[in-house]
Design a protein around this ligand. Structure first.
Ligand SMILES: [Zn+2]
Length: 184
C-alpha cells in the first residue's frame, strides 16, 4: 500500500503528459489549434489506424506514445502503467493514441532534412482532437471508458501540465462538449 499513492500519481502524470507524446513524421500536417469542435479536424484516416502496430514496452517513459509514420504507424504502450490505470482508462488512452494517428499528428514536420518542431499551441490542439476521436469511437461500445477519462481529468483539474498539454480541466470540459455534440 505504501507504494500506491506515488505510483498512482506517476501514472496520472504519465497519462497526462505522455498520451500526447507523438513522435517523428515526415508528412504534411493538419494544423490544428484548439479544436474541441467536431469536424474541425478533418476526416480521420482509418487506414492508418487499422495498420498501426501496437508494441508493448514496460520500460516506456510514458503510459503510451503514438508514432505517426505513413509506412509504419505504431503505438507503444507501457503495460505496467496501463494496469495501474485500469481497463476503462486504458481503453480510452489507446483510442486517444489512435486519434493522433488518424489525424496524422506529429511533433515535427518537414521533408526529412530539417524537420521543424510543431509549435506547442498546435500540440495542445492535438490533444483535444485525439480526445474527441476517442469519445466518438468509444461512446457506443465502451461508454465506461469515456466516463473514466472525464472523471480522471475532472479530479485533476488543478494539476499543472506542461506547455504541450492543455490544462486537465479544459480537457474534461472538451470531452463533455464532444460527447454532447456526438450524441446529437
Ligand atoms: Zn495525446
Amino acid at each position: 500500500m505504501r507504494r500506491t499513492l506515488p505510483l498512482i500519481l506517476l501514472v496520472g502524470l504519465a497519462f497526462a503528459a505522455g498520451c500526447g507524446a507523438v513522435l517523428a513524421a515526415g508528412d504534411r500536417l493538419e494544423l490544428e489549434t484548439r479544436a474541441p469542435t467536431l469536424g474541425a479536424a478533418g476526416t480521420p484516416d482509418s487506414a492508418v489506424v487499422a495498420r498501426a502496430r501496437v508494441i508493448m514496452d514496460d520500460d516506456l517513459a510514458d503510459a503510451a506514445v503514438a508514432v505517426f509514420d505513413r509506412v509504419a504507424p505504431r503505438i507503444h504502450l507501457n503495460g505496467r502503467l496501463l494496469r495501474e490505470l485500469g481497463p476503462a482508462l486504458s481503453t480510452f488512452l489507446l483510442a486517444h493514441e489512435r486519434g493522433h494517428l488518424a489525424h496524422h499528428h506529429a511533433r515535427r514536420h518537414g521533408f526529412g532534412f530539417t524537420a521543424i518542431p510543431t509549435p506547442s499551441s498546435t500540440l495542445r490542439g492535438y490533444e483535444f482532437v485525439a480526445d474527441c476521436y476517442a469519445v466518438r469511437s468509444l461512446q457506443r461500445g465502451r461508454p465506461d471508458a469515456v466516463v473514466a477519462a472525464v472523471r480522471f481529468f475532472q479530479l485533476r483539474r488543478g494539476l499543472v501540465t506542461d506547455a504541450e498539454h492543455p490544462p486537465m480541466g479544459e480537457r474534461a470540459d472538451s470531452l463533455i462538449a464532444c460527447l454532447s455534440a456526438t450524441a446529437q
